[in-house]
Design a binder for this molecule. Structure first.
Ligand code: NDP
Ligand code: HEM
Length: 491
């Protein structure tokens, strides 16, 4: 065996002793000149970066997107350019509410953050395992998240806060129904579907725009747990989803998802019965059938969890030619929010880190700043325009104009919006056993919530389907009879 490498300080100075600190005599105090000790302690104090404000607990792996069907009539994106085209990908799964050390097997939405390292820059599709979301106006996102996090006084999660907010926000009913259904507690990340959730746009080579939704259907099958199964699992294993993902990949059992899209023409959007840019709505499959695109496979675990998963930074603002935004208000806010979060959480040059760095050339005129190890691509071209051979724009990447009209105002997003038909459709497609699980999960989640909040929420269930409200009432009656619970969570 060859000699081991010489250990050094970060300055490259060889270290002679990494076991004993430098002291005045064997029992004496330490000397300030023991820089190796100081460096070691100082580095330890800086080992953590802030955890994500949401989706803090997660797991990730690398893989490949392979295109199996031609969708170039909808999008000119390089990633779809030909059948057989392969693009490297990173997928970070997460739970939403828990902190970094939270248990995996919690009833919660699962994050589905994808980064595709395409030939024309990174395309990040930052979605969830649900096709819809709790709110439709981003002004309500921080309020919603506060209800999922800890109460400022008790420092505990508060069921009262959650149901108070949901019962006062009827648009949340669709996502609440999914969360409380059997799919709200997945057995593992591999057993979830992924959704881009928002409506995005596609632009083809003729510069025509289409609206699009993204779906990833698990080939592992949907598998879920009951609350009791989740509790038993957490008692033994808090990292069950991390373990499942890591071990399946290590064992060569690579998880796969069928990648599909739904497409809506611009004219169809104008005549759609519901707002196709409303994140609380799905596009019914019967009207907008799923179109096959490809297969996503995860086949490589990260070598270093911190560097490749904790420091990974996804943002809906990362789009590529052929894929664009939409007027969805939630998406619009997210275009700002994520890069802002990364500059705070990871640092200004977060996109220079290997996991975030595009595999295609990056040529910007941004300068300086902490930890910047970028040289300008042409040394005399550090401003633009220039005649020094610096990078230039190209109007072949311009999107077609998007017609927008309307008076600037704070439009009431609840006015005339149907928040109950689609949750009702979901309820009606559930089997009797799934409906019973829904009732029971809701009744357990409402433990300790004041009656007036429960009553306000029951009205939403009734509107979605009378059998939905009746089922939850019956489950509440049976649980309160069984446990003889007082309904007041906090004074
Ligand atoms: P379809 O019968 O064509 O589709 C039903 C969809 O519901 C399937 O995608 C199925 O997923 C999914 N599903 C089944 N059980 C659950 C659950 N507990 N939680 C979440 N999704 C579930 O009907 P529509 O397209 O008309 O949609 C009817 C309802 O289905 C919608 O209101 C919505 O709540 C839900 N849904 C619709 C989706 C869409 O894009 N249209 C996507 C996901 C859900 P799978 O095929 O994987 O079993
Ligand atoms: C993470 C903001 C809605 C999916 C985050 C983070 C922020 C944020 C600040 C932490 C980012 C980081 O520190 O790395 C918002 C805002 C929203 C919103 C402002 C609405 C206005 C949504 C929606 C989805 C979603 C609708 C899914 C459809 C995710 C995922 C992550 C995340 C998956 C984790 C990404 C990762 O794995 O690093 N969000 N979010 N968010 N969000 Fe959102």
């Amino acid at each position: 065996m060859s000699d081991p490498k010489q250990m050094t300080t970060t300055g490259g100075n060889p270290i002679s002793d990494n076991q004993n600190s430098l002291s005045a005599g064997p029992r004496g105090p330490l000397l300030l000149q023991d820089y190796q000790l100081i460096e070691k302690l100082a580095h330890q104090n800086r080992e953590r970066i802030p955890e994500r404000v949401v989706h803090a607990k997660g797991s990730g792996a690398f893989g490949t997107l392979t295109i199996t069907h031609d969708i170039t009539r909808y999008s000119k994106a390089a990633v779809f350019s030909q059948i057989g085209k392969k693009t490297d990908a990173l997928l970070r799964f997460s739970t939403v509410a828990g902190e970094r050390g939270a248990a995996d097997a919690e009833r919660d939405v699962r994050g589905w953050a994808l980064k595709f390292y395409t030939d024309e820059g990174n395309w990040d599709l930052v979605g969830n395992n649900t096709p819809v979301f709790f709110v439709r106006d981003p002004l309500k996102f921080p309020d919603f998240i506060h209800t999922q996090k800890r109460h400022p006084r008790t420092n505990m999660r508060s069921a009262t806060a959650m149901w108070d907010f949901w019962s006062l926000s009827p648009e949340s009913l669709h996502q609440v129904t999914i969360l409380m259904s059997d799919r709200g507690l997945p057995k593992s990340y591999r057993h979830t579907n992924g959704y881009g959730s928002h409506t995005y746009s596609f632009i083809n080579a003729n510069n025509e725009r289409f609206w699009v939704k993204f779906h990833f259907k698990t080939r592992q099958g949907i598998q879920t747990m009951t609350n009791r199964e989740g509790e038993q699992l957490i008692a033994k294993d808090r990292e069950s989803s991390q373990k499942d993902l890591y071990e399946s990949i290590e064992n060569g059992d690579f998880p796969k998802w069928d990648f599909k899209i739904q497409v809506m023409a611009e004219e169809q959007a104008e005549n759609c019965a519901f707002n196709p840019f409303d994140l609380t709505k799905v596009w019914p499959h019967a009207d907008y059938p799923l179109i096959d695109v490809g297969v996503l496979e995860l086949n490589r675990n990260p070598e270093n969890y911190f560097q490749e998963i904790e420091q990974s930074a996804f943002s809906p603002s990362n789009i590529v030619p052929g894929i664009g935004f939409s007027p969805d208000k939630m998406l619009q806010a997210r275009i700002f929010s994520y890069a802002d979060a990364h500059r705070y959480r990871v640092g200004t040059w977060y996109e220079s880190l290997p996991v975030n760095r595009p595999k295609s050339p990056v040529n910007t005129y941004h300068m300086d700043g902490p930890m910047n190890f970028h040289a300008p691509s042409a040394s005399n071209a550090y401003y633009e325009p220039n005649s020094m051979g610096g990078p230039v724009q190209n109007d072949r990447f311009a999107e077609p104009p998007l017609k927008i009209s309307g008076d600037a105002d704070r439009w009431n997003h609840r006015d005339g919006n149907d928040d109950t038909t689609q949750p009702g459709n979901l309820f009606r497609l559930m089997s009797p056993a799934q409906q019973q699980a829904l009732f029971s999960n809701i009744s357990e989640a409402m433990l300790g919530v004041p009656q007036e909040i429960i009553d306000r929420q029951l009205v939403h269930f009734d509107k979605a389907d009378p059998a939905y409200g009746a089922g939850v009432r019956a489950a509440l009656a049976s649980i309160s009879g069984a446990n003889n619970i007082s309904t007041q969570e906090e004074g």
